[in-house]
Design a protein around this ligand. Sequence first.
Ligand SMILES: Nc1ncnc2c1ncn2[C@@H]1O[C@H](COP(=O)(O)OP(=O)(O)O)[C@@H](O)[C@H]1O
Ligand SMILES: [Mg+2]
Length: 320
Amino acid sequence: MSPPNGAGCHGGNLFQFGGASRGSFIIRGNRMPGCLLRAPGFFIEMDPAAQPQPFVEFRDVRFGYGERAILDGVSFSLPRGKVTALMGASGGGKTTVLRLIGGQQRAQRGEVLFDGHDVGRMDAATLYAARRRMGMLFQFGALFTDMSVLDNVAFPLREHTELPEALVRDIVLMKLDAVGLRGARDLMPSEVSGGMARRIALARAIALDPDFVMYDEPFAGLDPISLGTAARLIRQLNDTLGLTSIIVSHDVEETFRIADQVIVLANGGIAAQGTPDEVRNSSDPLVHQFVHALPDGPVRFHYPGVGIEDDFGPAHGGHP
Ligand SMILES: Nc1ncnc2c1ncn2[C@@H]1O[C@H](COP(=O)(O)OP(=O)(O)O)[C@@H](O)[C@H]1O
Ligand SMILES: [Mg+2]
């Protein structure tokens, strides 16, 4: 979907006809130059009273490996055009959420709606088409080491389209320009810094002009400056390209700075959900521990075991 073309259109409330939004539409008959026109003389405006449908919605989702539930009765939505941060302890099911959206896993109960359609019920062709609309920056997502920067970003275009090579090159240079690395096109991955590599992976994630981008720990291992740059870039790309984004991240400060909405997963459910300020001020002890990076709390510092006196007492040869 192209971004809503707010600039020349009154109210900026215009959405592409037949595109992703499924609210109530008002169709007007005045021609408005510069707007997203699909029929001569008409433009389409969202009814201000209607709520746009979320881009992604989980409804009472259960998913587990074997008997063990990773997610149990999880419901949330990702509003269109917004950046949502998905947080929580390691092993809490964050990557699993992304895999459910991408259809690599299917919910065992409930629905995972992508633009109104249940991913779990899609046939292979529909799922493939849906995936074409998703960009993904994988956890530890590495570049192909034997390909130049340009070829790395070109990879999804060459895989998924029949575009002529000259056009592929132009698109790649545009994407690299968006992350500030047009000049690095001929470098090899071994010649770029960690922060640059992450931005190149970002350019690759948006190569196919997705509507929706999932970032799995995009900041892991970055120094504070590169981290800040990557975070601002994610926000900027979201807004300028009219995307909807979900970021899995442990970096509370930087992530809270760029997110519109924060969801904290814990114990198979949602421990907190709201604006960054709402979550920061949550009274839930687990959320408080997580957000304020406290070493001990509901998540214990010590792995469960016998008491310290039993381990170091005389029976074990220690001092009486
Ligand atoms: N293929 C798998 N088979 C069995 N267990 C898995 C598999 N993938 C992930 N898990 C388990 O599911 C839980 C959630 O994993 P994940 O979604 O990757 O967590 P997070 O991304 O929040 O760290 C973890 O306990 C993990 O060990
Ligand atoms: Mg993960």
